[in-house]
Design a protein around this ligand. Structure first.
Ligand code: PBG
Length: 327
């Protein structure tokens, strides 16, 4: 009781605050998303996400090397698929010379120790911009799973270390795990987007990939943002189905889910600070309304405090700079 207890005592000096700090943010916690586009020597800026670019494979390789040299342990690949290659079932995602496959091969060959994660979903390949096969305006679960499993195998064969299904179909982790085991890819990691909410924070990203749904929304497969128990259920089920890492997405509005999962599970938790979160901070920076560096670090640290061990963030490269400045 006061005055015997003075909470300010341990805040007196920087050294004391450092001594008693409960969370740390390290470069080794970060994964950087990377966007791919067909062609060569292309670095295309994106209106909705200042500082983020689409790269052709040759320049993506250079970028990946830069990130690796900075100490970033891994990247998460996304492909912007040419409109001509889109259909209802993601046929072109299986092409051995598809954009993802080419990028995975090139990067793995040249930077073997960089952790290569491949986002897996149909929406970039879908004429409807949906994460599954569409029939009568419905997203068909089980047929989508079969295709996802085949694509996962193709990514793994080409050298992906981590498959990251972002589609939210039921049972897809099991289907992916099964096909990987059957083909002897026993060490391929599955990082499942387990608790992925139907969120308006994905807006800027969909502009990057030109993947806006052409009808309806994603609420029949992505989660209702009013729910927490359902999210825990999703994650526990994915672990049972063979996920090695579970993910919560978006990040900041869902720290309660991250925290609950860190109490209830014993697998690593990844959090995805998504495009809308990034672009909001960027625009506030542009307006001169915030201390950009401090806000970035504060948000990333909050993920660690909540219990995440992996942070997927568009700030990865800048965060490394900030962390090094603070050393
Ligand atoms: C696609 C996918 C999305 C994101 C990652 N994978 C968009 C969506 O589900 O519509 C969002 C990432 C971001 O906003 O940064 N399945």
């Amino acid at each position: 009781m006061y005055p015997l207890k003075r909470n300010r005592r341990l805040r007196t000096t920087a050294a004391l605050r450092e001594l008693v700090s409960e969370s740390t943010l390290s470069i080794s916690d970060l994964l950087a998303p990377l966007f791919l586009i067909d062609g060569s020597n292309i670095k295309e800026s994106v209106d909705s996400m200042p500082g983020v670019y689409r790269y052709s494979v040759d320049l993506a390789l250079k970028k990946a090397k830069k990130l690796y040299d900075m100490g970033i342990p891994g990247i998460l690949l996304f492909a912007k698929i040419d409109q001509k290659l889109k259909d209802n079932s993601g046929e072109s995602a299986l092409n051995e010379n598809g954009l993802m496959q080419k990028a995975i091969r090139q990067i793995k060959k040249n930077i073997p120790n960089l952790i290569l994660c491949a986002d897996l979903a149909l929406d970039p390949y879908s004429i409807y911009g949906h994460d599954g096969i569409v029939e009568n305006k419905k997203i068909i679960n089980d047929r989508t799973n079969n295709v996802l499993a085949e694509i996962a195998l193709s990514y793994a064969k080409n050298g992906a270390d981590i498959i990251a299904p972002s589609d939210m179909m039921d049972g897809r982790v099991y289907c992916i795990r099964k096909i990987l085991e059957k083909n002897n890819f026993v060490d391929t990691v599955i990082m499942s987007y387990s608790v992925k909410f139907a969120s308006s924070f994905y807006g800027p990203f969909r502009n990057v990939l030109d993947s806006n749904p052409s009808f309806g929304d994603k609420k029949t497969y992505q989660m209702d943002f009013r729910n927490k128990k359902e999210g825990i259920n999703e994650a526990l089920q994915d672990i049972e189905e063979g996920a090695d890492i579970i993910m919560v997405k978006p990040g900041l509005p869902y720290l309660d889910i991250v925290n609950e999962l860190s109490n209830k599970t014993n697998v690593p938790i990844a959090v995805y600070q998504v495009s809308g979160e990034y672009s909001m901070i960027k625009s506030a920076e542009k307006m001169g309304w915030i201390n950009y560096k401090n806000v970035v670090i504060e948000q990333l640290m909050s993920f660690k405090r909540a219990g995440a061990s992996i942070i997927i963030t568009y700030f990865a490269e800048e965060a490394v700079k900030f962390l090094k400045e603070n050393e």
